[in-house]
Design a protein around this ligand. Sequence first.
Ligand SMILES: Cc1cc2nc3c(=O)[nH]c(=O)nc-3n(C[C@H](O)[C@H](O)[C@H](O)COP(=O)(O)OP(=O)(O)OC[C@H]3O[C@@H](n4cnc5c(N)ncnc54)[C@H](O)[C@@H]3O)c2cc1C
Length: 239
Amino acid sequence: MNKMTIYSDLSKIIQYSGRVKLDEPLGAYTYTRTGGKADVLVFPNTYDEVLQTYQYALKEKVPVTVLGNGSNVIVRDGGIRGIVIILTELNRVQLSGNKITAQSGAAIIDVSRFALKNHLTGLEFACGIPGSVGGALYMNAGAYGETSDVLESARVIDKEGKLLHLHRDDLKLEYRNSAIAQHGYLALEGTFALEPGDVAKIKAKMDELTYLRESKQPLEYPSCGSVFLNGRPIILPAS
Ligand SMILES: Cc1cc2nc3c(=O)[nH]c(=O)nc-3n(C[C@H](O)[C@H](O)[C@H](O)COP(=O)(O)OP(=O)(O)OC[C@H]3O[C@@H](n4cnc5c(N)ncnc54)[C@H](O)[C@@H]3O)c2cc1C
């Protein structure tokens, strides 16, 4: 399908200006600062917008690529055909008892800080990982602890465009791998089950992890983290 038609159709689903872009260079949205153009780039900010965009793509047989914070991808110079969905506008974070539910575009660093603010322990490990919640679920992100330690459940859209609520056991979180990556699900949100903790101890742990990271990684340069083994970057499009 013609990209002008896709642009025009998606502008009816995602109506606020600036959240649907035609021929948008992706370098602005990736940590390596590289990448060709997306035919059509969208920034949904409700689950309904994501679902409608996804179902439109299925119906019209347009390829869809999902990005979170772009910290673990290398986009080829030729860019990405079809629709690219960037989820960073879908970033609300909510507390319920000792559980935090975060939409997939929320920065996992912000969720870690939200846990600290609410005196909850378990997400300290995420305080320096520059990805989104969706990216963390996709690859079971971690360093000195990992997403699977605290993830309780997730809401996803499957490849047929159906909404599923998956328990952690169904998510098959393994070392830098998950059912989300294996089955091509789009993650909408994750719920983390945490424990009440001492705020000074939580903060001390986060400071220690930040010190370790800063002493090992040149964070001032463009990068996509580990390149050769741990969580190596995903090259888009795949071939
Ligand atoms: C300086 C630096 C340090 C890093 N340190 C660590 C570390 O300590 N530990 C670690 O695990 N990783 C680390 N990373 C890698 C990266 O931050 C993580 O892999 C992170 O989880 C990627 O999230 P993202 O939102 O940026 O994903 P993106 O780079 O946007 O996407 C990565 C993959 O996830 C998929 N994806 C993203 N969001 C969704 C979604 N909502 N639903 C379905 N699929 C989705 C994309 O399609 C793509 O295949 C580091 C990266 C950098 C640049």
